[in-house]
Structure formats: structure tokens, C-alpha cells
Design a protein around this ligand. Structure first.
Ligand code: RIB
Length: 308
């Protein structure tokens, strides 16, 4: 356990906000194939907005720095943040239509997602500089890659030295060395780990091999999420990796479960918990999130995690 910083926000999330347009399908289509699906439903989503709602629902004092369009989707997203108790002082409006995610979900709960970034792509380094004061108010800052990489790099530049950065490189993209060096932890799933390690001579394909090779890229710590198998935690300088098992659950919809995991992890790290302890809590939050449909609608309260 570490001493927690005395700050007004437990977590500042910098990232995307999308309207999720969701269709249930018997089978996700192969290239060139057309399949029929369920009625369309529209939900608040986006990796940044999801993380903010997940953290707030758990009880974290949370703020979101994001950009949405001046349209119905944008209003839906802001309303969902406020309903969850997220401070939306950092949510900017305008510049392009709100981001949209086209999501198909099959009966096993697996999904395919295509994102049109819209306003997320207009969240600029200048927007980050204009919001610099927010960064000193948070114990932890969490960021993903549905906003421009130049914006993520600016987050690293304005980050106070004692504020922890959690980064999930999703969707994956090459990261500058200074961004990698600030991650504590870098949170990756299997796809993201493989992308980050492409072109390196990683021997083996076990999560331990990925964690070792990812640490060599420069982050202070790494968490590899493994779905139903839990997570693997690796810290620079530590002798051993810690494997965190997941409770067994019946998955209904995995959409946004990774966002809930990362938000829970970031919150608990800000409270001073050690990385393996925070990851053990986050695994239970992620497992809970897959038992219900949707992203934000599926996120548990701290009580539900305790009794689940
Ligand atoms: O991680 C799930 C999220 O990815 C969805 O809510 C969708 O908006 C995309 O950003």
C-alpha cells in the first residue's frame, strides 16, 4: 500500500466518447458477407467515456476530458456521464459530429467494432494545454488511443510528476518512447500485446513472454488482460510476475469490459493499492461487466463487486 495523494479527483479520464450503435447477430459476418441482425439500439460508449462511468459507478471521484459533437449523440453521452456522477467540466462540444461505434455482438458475447472518431479526432493538444489545471487535481490520469496520438503525447507533457498515468493502447498504434516511459501501467489485451511487440524478437507467445518484452519497451509496469483467464501483472524491477485469476461467469456481452477493468485498476492504484491488489479487484469488475448487455449499462457498483 502506498500513500494516496490528497487530490479532488481520484481519476481524470482523457479519451473518446462514442454513440454505440449495436446490433445482435447470430454470427458476425465474414468479408463480403451480409447477415441479418436484431433491431438497432443506441447506447453511450467510447473507451474514455466508458472508463469514466465505470469508475464513478464504483465510487471514484471522476472527471472526463473529451470532445463530442453539438448533436443528439453528444447530448446522450454528456447526460450519461452526469447521471453516473462524472464531472463533465472537461467535456468540449463541437468541431465535428460525435464519434460513432458500429458494434455487432454474437451469442457468445464476442463483438466486432468499427469506430468513426468524429469529434474524438478533434480533441487536440491545444485542448489538453487549455485543461492543464485539471491534471494537477487528479491522483491518476487514464488515457486510451481513440483520440489522436499527438493529444496523448501532450497529456504526458502536462502530467505532474507525482500523477500516475494508466494507458490502454486501444486501438493499438506505435507509441513514442516518452509516452511508453510514463505508463504505470501499460494495460494490454492479447491483440494489443501482439501489435506492440510486432517486429521485435519476442521469444514465445505466453503472457509472461509478452509482459517481459513489453517491459523492455520502457513502461514502469505492464498488465496483460486475459479475458476469462484473468490478468498478468509485471512491474519493472520485480522478481516475479503475478497472475490474477478471474471468477467464472457466464459472458453475455464483452463490450466495454476492458474499459471497466482499466477504470477500476486506475481508481484503486490512486487509493494507494499495490498493482497486484488493484488488478485483483479490477478483474472482478471486468468479470461483472461481461454478465450484462452493453458497455456503460453493464458496470457494477462497489457493493455489487463485493457481493458478486
Ligand atoms: O471498449 C468498448 C468501446 O469501444 C465501445 O463503447 C465503443 O464505443 C468503442 O470505443
Amino acid at each position: 500500500m502506498h500513500e494516496a495523494l490528497n487530490r479532488p479527483y481520484d481519476l481524470l479520464v482523457v479519451g473518446s466518447a462514442n454513440a454505440d450503435l449495436v446490433i445482435g447477430v447470430e454470427r458476425r459476418p465474414a468479408p463480403g458477407e451480409t447477415v441479418l441482425g436484431s433491431d438497432l439500439s443506441v447506447h453511450p460508449g467510447g473507451k474514455g467515456a466508458n472508463q469514466a462511468v465505470a469508475a464513478a459507478r464504483l465510487g471514484a471521484r471522476t472527471a472526463l476530458l473529451a470532445r463530442v459533437g453539438d448533436d443528439d449523440h453528444g447530448r446522450l453521452l454528456i447526460e450519461a456521464q452526469r447521471a453516473a456522477g462524472v464531472d463533465t467540466v472537461g467535456v468540449l462540444v463541437g468541431g465535428a459530429p460525435t464519434g460513432v461505434a458500429l458494434i455487432t455482438v454474437d451469442p457468445s458475447g464476442d463483438n466486432s467494432i468499427v469506430v468513426s472518431p468524429g469529434a474524438n479526432a478533434r480533441l487536440s493538444p491545444q485542448d489538453i494545454r487549455a485543461a492543464t489545471s485539471l491534471f494537477g487535481l487528479a491522483r491518476v490520469v487514464s488515457v486510451q488511443l481513440e483520440v489522436p496520438l499527438s493529444t496523448v503525447a501532450e497529456v504526458v507533457r502536462v502530467l505532474p510528476a507525482d500523477t500516475r498515468l494508466v494507458l490502454n493502447p486501444s486501438p493499438p498504434a506505435p507509441l513514442p518512447a516518452e509516452v511508453l516511459a510514463s505508463c504505470d501501467p501499460l494495460v494490454v489485451n492479447e491483440h494489443e500485446a501482439r501489435f506492440m511487440l510486432r517486429g521485435t524478437d519476442t521469444a514465445g507467445s505466453a503472457p509472461e513472454d509478452w509482459a517481459r518484452s513489453l517491459l523492455a519497451l520502457g513502461p514502469r509496469s505492464v498488465v496483460v488482460t486475459r479475458g476469462a483467464a484473468g490478468a498478468l501483472v509485471a512491474e519493472s524491477g520485480a522478481d516475479a510476475y503475478v497472475s490474477v485469476p478471474s471468477p467464472r461467469v457466464d459472458a453475455v456481452d464483452t463490450t466495454g469490459a476492458g474499459d471497466a477493468f482499466t477504470a477500476a485498476l486506475a481508481w484503486r492504484l490512486g487509493l494507494g493499492e499495490d498493482l497486484p491488489v488493484a488488478a485483483a479487484f479490477a478483474v472482478r469488475v471486468g468479470a461483472s461487466a461481461v454478465t450484462k448487455k452493453g458497455a456503460q449499462e453493464s458496470y457494477p457498483t462497489a457493493d455489487e463487486v463485493a457481493t458478486g
